[in-house]
Write a protein that binds this ligand. Structure first.
Ligand code: NI
Length: 220
């Protein structure tokens, strides 16, 4: 077990497409995932992709948030859906190897994101609100999960890392990218009064969750 160094925006490993994992059950993969978990926990992130620790392989890990997930896999626990809805097990970790994402709707929502590879910043990013993700777990068993809301957002963010994409590149209004301490000191006013002076920003911000010191965005 080891805490790995996290690559920051500008490092070429974050721009390159990652490679498929030939055999998810290999001991080296298990060791890497173990180190990724330790690194993510140490850094206080909700997700981490292998390229962020300088390994160009298609592996992501994340904590499924409690806002709803439907297990489809035959290995899924019968009470997984109920548990997710109740937020009974928000700390449960998902390890997803060679993931694929299929949007289940055209609808996108704006929400705050941060990234361990873009420290100190956060921004408002559009993401599909409902997706299905598939892939393999550490034992080589297939995973197929429908996710929505924040869960879907985290998975899209992490899988973007495997295609050399960071969240600022997904943003449609870079005025809504900024430093955490500034957004903490000057929270975006989501009220209608903003609309007069800054119609676009207000429209985007209105769809996003509020930014405040008490509501830090998840870092992945
Ligand atoms: Ni990230």
């Amino acid at each position: 077990m080891a805490i790995l160094k996290i690559a920051k925006m500008g490092n070429p490993v974050l721009r390159a497409p990652a490679q498929e994992v030939p055999d998810p059950t290999q001991p080296q993969i298990r060791a890497l995932v173990s180190d990724m978990v330790e690194t993510m926990v140490d850094a206080g992130g909700v997700g981490l992709a292998a390229p962020q620790v300088h390994v160009p392989l298609r592996i992501v890990i994340f904590h499924p948030p409690p806002d709803g997930a439907k297990e489809e896999g035959e290995d899924g626990e019968p009470d997984a859906e109920e548990g997710a809805e109740e937020g009974a097990d928000p700390g449960r970790l998902t390890i997803l190897i060679n993931p694929k994402i299929e949007p289940l709707t055209d609808e996108q929502a704006f929400g705050w994101e941060g990234c361990l590879s873009v420290p100190g910043l956060r921004g408002v990013v559009p993401r599909f609100t409902r997706i299905r993700y598939t892939g393999f777990d550490i034992n080589g068993h297939p995973i197929s999960v429908e996710a929505e809301g924040f869960h879907a957002r985290v998975v899209q963010h992490e899988c973007d890392h495997l295609d050399g994409m960071l969240y600022p590149q997904r943003m449609t209004d870079l005025r809504l990218l900024g430093f955490n301490d500034e957004f903490d000191r000057h929270p975006l006013d989501l009220g209608p009064s903003d609309a007069d002076e800054d119609e676009d920003a207000a429209a985007h911000a209105a769809a996003a969750e509020p930014a405040s010191a008490e509501d830090q965005p998840a870092k992945g």
